[in-house]
Ligand binder design. Sequence first.
Ligand code: CA
Length: 376
Amino acid sequence: MKRREFLGKVGGSLATVAAGGAVVSACGGSQKAASGEAGPAISTQKKIRWRLASSFPRSLDTIFGAAEVLAERVHAMTDGNFDIKVYPGGELVPGLQVLDAVQNETVQIGQSCSYYYTGKNPVLAFDTCVPFGMTARQQAAWLGEGGGGALLGKVFSDFGIRSFPSGNTGAQMGGWFKREIGGLADLKGLKMRIPGLGGDVMSALGASVQVIAGGEIYPALERGAIDATEWVGPYDDEKLGFHKVAKNYYYPGWWEPGPSMSIYVGEKAWSSLPKTYQEILKTAISEAGTEMQRRYDARNPAALTRILDSGVTLRPFSDDLMAGALDASRQILEDHAAKDPGYAEIYEHWKKARSEQFKFFSTAELAYARFAYPAG
Ligand code: CA
């Protein structure tokens, strides 16, 4: 890079180029500039202000908390020069319009779940999870290393955004049922709050599916407007108090075995970042995602103990319910694939990865869990 261009990139920052290629910043730091394309090293001085719109409320301190971790890490790694202000769902834009807000450049960055946007393209569900899909680790492997993220990246580029996986809840619980569900037949007419593809499957199995926003679920369950609800897992569920009004806590949440959360960055915003900031942002996104999973895994066990101490009974879904749900789930995915070649391409890729993952995880992981978990 020519010296004039180099200084141009530095813009109004307080840096000087010393002899020998070392870059000395006004705050006393010294970085050795790479030979050739030397620009990025110095551009850590560039002041950037971004706004992050999250789909989630502050009360979800596990998920929303990860967006705060992301902003704090970026701030710390750039001496405060790259500043991301984080807004909970509904403050800048409605929680379910975060993708739109990044696409429209209302904000530069967003935190959301891609399965909220299946109305735009049903294949986006694979960026988060689908019923009977992969677990958190398997989904992360497919998205990050297995080619899934690259395939989905082409879909996201239609919206002018990049999607980075950032965190996971782990396998969710099946949720709260006022009465016992003996088997598949007991789902007939059951009024259950369950959104998304899980709701489509429950509906195919005879349940009367309701979609109710987070804050309205508890009163609906309490007064009997619904018989059952799903949410996340012990730590988040406890905060909403479901254990006070429904005493049967079912598992597993086969519709969300490992939902991956996403950080969206607008293409334009991304390209405007100096390379160093892009690397810092990627690092912070990854760290925030790890922190989210760590918080869930640290907090869920204690929350489950408290919930059970309050008189709740833990129950597994019956085998016939699980088998019926698996069949119905497969049918729904196959139907989407039959209608749309773009969907089919990603579905087939996902199916192969899932099959390989399941085969491998059926060895050491499963054998260990089967023996050691019940033994305590
Ligand atoms: Ca859920």
